[in-house]
Design a protein around this ligand. Sequence first.
Ligand SMILES: *Cc1c(COP(=O)(O)O)cnc(C)c1O
Length: 376
Amino acid sequence: MAPFTGSVPVASVRWADRALAPSRRATLAKRQASTAAPAFGTALTEHMVSARWSAGPGWHNGEILPYQPLRIDPATVGLHYGQSVFEGLKAFRRPDGVPVLFRAADHGRRFQRSAARLAMPALPADDFVAALSALVRTDEAWVPHEENRSLYLRPLMFAADTSLALRPSTTYHFLAVAFVTESFFGSTAHPVSVWCGRDYIRAAPGGTGDIKCGGNYAPTYLAQQQAADHGCQQVIWLDAAERRWVEEMGGMNIFWVRREGGRDVLVTPPLTGTLLPGVTRDSILALAADLDLTCAQRPMSLDQWRAEAASGVITEAFACGTAAVLTPIDRVVTEDGAWDAGAGPPGTVCARLRDALVAAQHGVGPDRYGWLTPVR
Ligand SMILES: *Cc1c(COP(=O)(O)O)cnc(C)c1O
């Protein structure tokens, strides 16, 4: 899909420009407002990516447009049947000021797997990266310079046919928008308490728990409400079959630090098909080895977590994902009582890993794993 590789139609806006047109002043004000801790997904930039797919021509009309509402036919199939997938990744600034996308090709490949599961066409990973690079290049002024902020990129694709027949759409619309987001950082990474209830499940074998699709989060809201009712910020998800094995925390992957033979071992559940294969999870596994931490992908039952946190074997627990980076867990609440998530102070190993991840994301030091795509 050639259009993303050349110059983009709307690329001339510069915030340093003194002669801002009146309509631009509004967005400038919005950008300045966004410097006060923007709520997630509110400080949207000025442009967006749009591309179309139809059987026959395939991908076409890839372009950068001014950010704008869509005109959607009420019979658009993606609205009715959830044939829709998305991704979430971030752009940072290197110490030399150059914006970089973090692990964009990995997110592009996961976007393809999500699409394949819902019988949708694949967007080539190169086009995915080129489209997001074009968006970041166009809205470069929005990429924060502060270490605890980044530009969150939200690509999505939905079925665009206007027919409510029960079959895969023959046309699709790919979009990407971007917004400024604040990460938790240093001492401001507050530990969360988690609720583990019995009423709901997140993912079942053969389902869609290992992809990012439109239906990912809405079915979790009631469980999240129950967590809040129990004074907790997040939900722990157990496996659907036995309700025994811990799989994820909210929309994040989970880790424990276990004391094994005098060493700290980082344990995370294996990718059974009902866990989302997080890019952050994968980054942590790579960086842990650099920090001389042993890693193990092993199942962890709720019972084992409880017993080993009490006996001192599990020293801490934390969760990770692109949006919130790394979040320590301090307390677990269930219908059978509450306990401390680990025997040590929450967040010690977690903080070391977070620092290593933040350094890798910002290109501090060599890009050893080829994770960064510079945008210039
Ligand atoms: C997106 C997501 C994650 C984290 O994936 P990252 O690639 O690390 O952002 C974990 N669990 C669920 C359910 C998710 O949707």
